[in-house]
Write a protein that binds this ligand. Structure first.
Ligand code: ZN
Length: 276
């Protein structure tokens, strides 16, 4: 959003580094910040499950409140059967889809602030050119992984769009929301799949407890297969503010580079722009 708004807005994020948006509940201070904002932008598709009431209430008061994922075509949305009619919210993992959300945000800002519409359009266009490069890099990074090792094992199912866009199968211990508990059954199934496919590495997520992934590593070890920890991925939260990983591009670059390196792919050690 900062990229699109440029100098015309002060952008204040509510959820910081390492925060799990599925479980996030706003405090009184957050509500106050929201009430004072001129315009509120959120991700949507029920990602911020416990914020829905708050956004609804504020929206009915007349303040502009919108979800950037409204910019995405219905036919694109994933509806995994285990979600019983709900849509997978983790759209930002597919860079091309997120780029559509950027365009939508620029249009929404323009409607709210018509005098600066041309700036918003230009900012969005420049940013989307960078996203195109990122999209190409992630695709190349995943393709560089030898096919039999190309499988991504993570704590919760945040990588469904990623899997579809970048052609890497995904297995995870928890469902699409971290609200569900991983059962012993899920963990055992995951261990079996890991051992059978001789997956070399699994990944933690910065906003999700490492407990289930730890159980998977231990389970595989008991079956004689040593799995390495491939590193920590940013799934639902970005890295620390003010760092490269604290930006959208840095977060996706970090993920692609970390995954490719751990699974035997061929990518530069410091990522797409040498900034990692
Ligand atoms: Zn998630």
């Amino acid at each position: 959003l900062k990229q699109v708004a440029g100098e015309h807005a002060k952008v204040h994020g509510i959820m910081g580094e390492g925060v799990d948006p599925h479980l996030f509940k706003p405090t009184r201070d957050h509500i106050k910040d929201l009430m004072e904002a001129d315009i509120i932008v959120y991700s949507g598709l029920n990602l911020e499950g416990r914020m829905a009431d708050t956004f609804g209430k504020i929206g009915r008061s007349g303040k502009p409140v919108f979800a950037v994922t409204e910019g995405i075509d219905k036919s694109y949305q994933r509806q995994p059967p285990e979600m019983e009619g709900h849509v997978d919210p983790h759209v930002w993992m597919d860079v091309a889809a997120w780029s559509a959300c950027v365009e939508f945000a620029a249009k929404a800002l323009s409607q709210f602030d018509p005098p600066h519409a041309e700036d918003y359009r230009k900012n969005a266009e420049a940013y989307r050119a960078q996203l195109k490069q990122l999209d190409d890099y992630v695709r190349k990074a995943m393709l560089s992984i030898p096919e039999e090792q190309r499988v991504l094992v993570t704590a919760h199912d945040a990588f469904g769009y990623y899997s579809r866009a970048y052609k890497i199968p995904v297995l995870s211990a928890q469902g699409v929301s971290t609200e569900s508990e991983a059962g012993v059954h899920d963990v055992n199934q995951l261990v079996d799949a890991l051992v059978r496919r001789k997956v070399p590495a699994v990944f933690f997520e910065s906003s999700v407890s490492p407990k289930n992934i730890q159980a998977v590593i231990e389970g595989a070890a008991r079956k004689g297969h040593n799995v390495l920890i491939g590193g920590e991925l940013f799934s639902d939260a970005m890295g620390q503010g003010g760092t490269y990983e604290g930006t959208y591009i840095g977060m996706l670059d970090h993920n692609a580079t970390t995954i490719a390196r751990a699974l035997g792919g061929d990518v530069p050690a410091r990522g797409m722009q040498g900034k990692l």
